[in-house]
Ligand binder design. Structure first.
Ligand code: PMP
Length: 450
């Protein structure tokens, strides 16, 4: 009946639901998804699309997984909910499992979304410093172009002006520095030198801001939503060293990079670093149910263990760590391990890059970069000057991909002039045929746009 009455459905959607993410989307007829299986989504017209962005970078194990539906069903029947006042088996098992997956020993704090997990991290970091007698430490440093969430603190950490400026004043105390953008590094400098210089700018920021005021640095291992910016290991390791030297907590946002996406269990595992706090969401449950985690190193947690009332961490979250979400996360991780999806991400990413190598000669492709199965294709007007491709040029590629059955993403920041990066982040469980399909559509579309 949905299909039969699709025009009426579209009209009702437009009349009642405020779900558009951008003004361009608002003008378009909504795509009403009715069914999803593997890497494919079917819409209300019966058309099928390969979801090259895994929803919003999250459906790692792919759609339609019976085991996950069953895990949620079984747990809901047994016990759908307890408040944070009680613990329960899925939460205990999941916390233990996550600790096995992380390199260090952490305490697991549950909430519902990536934004939540980052807010929790900021609150914990501020309180931690207070309890250590360093109440002047309240500021956070993050990077331009990064996205860390939509709530007022996570948005303050976000480094994309377009998402922020209409909602100011945001939470105060958030500072930004430029991330390494290796494609646009100055000429005559090696990638490593340039990355070390960018890390040095963080140290300078800490010094200029008065080092005793800095609580933490938040960063994704790879800036995903801001243009798939992959740092040199020297950058990440230097930032870690700076954090340790100045008593600043290192918060690693693994909301997209975690759970195999980059070809390692967590994105930060490509580097020799010791994060103090790790935040996770999306791929934790492959988005089958909402769940997020703020994993906090044991010694930080111990600073909260006094008996005085002000040692308690005050943060209530009604749905955080609910039994059904935890049961789904456990099953999701089991699937990832059984099907070797982390390894698969590395293999698929490499194949995708090899297959798309010829695009490097395309007049409007400036750079193609990936880490595991997350890829950015940076479009330019001019390969010499690296002038970002126009809005129309990038939109045309995206809509032609869609017309050929492939959904891809686009990111960057329009205000800063960089909204020219196509993003690919398909399910890690994509089949070989899915990969061939992605490659064939992208090649075809770029060929017809020479
Ligand atoms: N951090 C990163 C790196 C993200 O990409 C996102 C979401 N795109 C978030 C945090 C926020 O997650 P959520 O939308 O679940 O609040």
């Amino acid at each position: 009946t949905l299909k039969k009455d699709s025009q009426a459905l579209v009209a009702k959607d437009q009349q009642n639901i405020w779900h558009h993410m951008s003004k361009d989307d608002a003008k378009k007829e909504p795509m009403i998804a009715t069914k999803a299986e593997g890497s494919w989504i079917t819409d209300h017209k019966g058309d099928k699309y390969l979801d090259g962005l895994s929803g919003l970078w999250c459906v790692n194990v792919g759609y339609g997984r019976e085991e996950l539906a069953q895990a949620a069903y079984n747990q809901m029947k047994e016990m759908a909910y307890t408040s944070m006042a009680q613990s329960h088996l899925p939460a205990i098992q999941l916390a233990e499992k996550l600790n096995d997956m992380l390199d260090d020993e952490y305490m697991i704090f549950y909430s519902n979304s990536g934004s939540d997990a980052n807010e929790v991290a900021f609150k914990m970091a501020r309180q931690y410093h207070q309890q250590n007698g360093e109440s002047s430490r309240y500021k956070f440093i993050s990077r331009y172009r990064a996205y860390h969430g939509g709530s007022l603190g996570a948005l303050a950490a976000t480094g994309q002006a377009l998402r922020k400026y209409k909602y100011e004043p945001l939470t105060s105390g958030f500072l930004h520095v430029a991330p390494p953008d290796n494609y646009r590094k100055p000429e005559g400098m090696s990638v490593k030198e340039y990355n070390l210089q960018r890390a040095q700018e963080i140290e300078e920021k800490i010094i200029w801001e008065q080092k005793e005021t800095i609580a933490g640095i938040i960063m994704e291992p790879v800036i995903t939503g801001g243009g798939v910016l992959i740092p040199d290991p020297a950058y990440v390791e230097k930032v870690d060293e700076i954090c340790k030297r100045y008593g600043v907590l290192l918060i690693i946002d693994e909301v997209i990079c975690g759970f195999g996406r980059t070809g390692r269990t967590f994105g930060h595992m490509h580097y020799d670093i010791k994060p103090d706090i790790v935040t996770m969401a999306k791929g934790l449950t492959s988005a089958y149910l909402p769940l997020s985690v703020t994993a906090v190193r044991k010694d930080i947690y111990e600073a909260f263990s006094g008996t005085e009332d002000n040692h308690h961490f005050r943060h209530v979250n009604t749905f955080g760590g609910n039994p059904a979400s935890c049961a789904v996360a456990l099953k999701n991780i089991e699937i990832m391990e059984k099907e070797n999806l982390t390894q698969r991400a590395a293999v698929l990413g490499e194949r995708l890059r090899d297959e798309l190598k010829e695009l490097e000669n395309h007049p409007y492709v400036g750079d193609i970069r990936n880490q595991g199965f997350v890829m950015g294709i940076e479009m330019v007007e001019n390969k010499e000057t690296k002038e970002p491709a126009t809005d129309q040029r990038v939109s045309k590629i995206m809509s032609e991909c869609k017309a050929n059955g492939l959904i891809i993403g686009r990111n960057g920041d329009t205000v800063a002039g960089y909204n020219n990066i196509l993003a690919l982040c398909p399910p890690l469980a994509s089949t070989d045929e899915d990969l061939e399909f992605i490659v064939s559509v992208i090649k075809k579309v770029f060929n017809q746009n020479q």
